[in-house]
Design a protein around this ligand. Sequence first.
Ligand SMILES: [Zn+2]
Length: 194
Amino acid sequence: MSRSSTKQPRTWISRRWRRLLILVLAPVFALLTTTGQASGYALEGLRWHGTPTSGCCAYIHVQFNTFSSSNDRSVMTDAMNAWTGSPANVILQALPGNLTVEDTTATEPWVGATFSNPNWGSTGSFVWVHVVMSIPSMNALGYSAQKEASMHELGHAMGIDHTYGCIGVMEGTATFCGYSSPSSDDVAGINALY
Ligand SMILES: [Zn+2]
């Protein structure tokens, strides 16, 4: 089951579609680059400007755009609360801002996808981040996987990249690892940024 889309950007495809493509390739990358190894957190290179670089807490606004599925909206809220309730130095609030979340009725090969400007691989500050969850994909999952997928995309939306070996919600293969909240490794990644 696919889940999301982030990995290293490639320059031969438009930025908006990179993550979608990489999603499809993610299991291949995993086999090629991380066979059997559990690595620690990875950073995307971008973070939210104007937030503390350490200590509690960076307040990150999550703007809810259209959610056709009330379930997906509810799960996203649960995922935000899971990050806020974790030891990560972030508090996610449902307020207007440049980190937007929504869902789509479109059938997609992924569960969630996250887009950013600047694109992945850049350094500095996010201008905007957009998270989309696929309703058909979400509907095929149980609640725990839905929440894990939503926590995963929010992790991207704050600046952390994939890990491998089920050491956290940022798992980069098409696997759900059973985390109901961010792992210590996920938290360490976020706290390297905020
Ligand atoms: Zn991902």
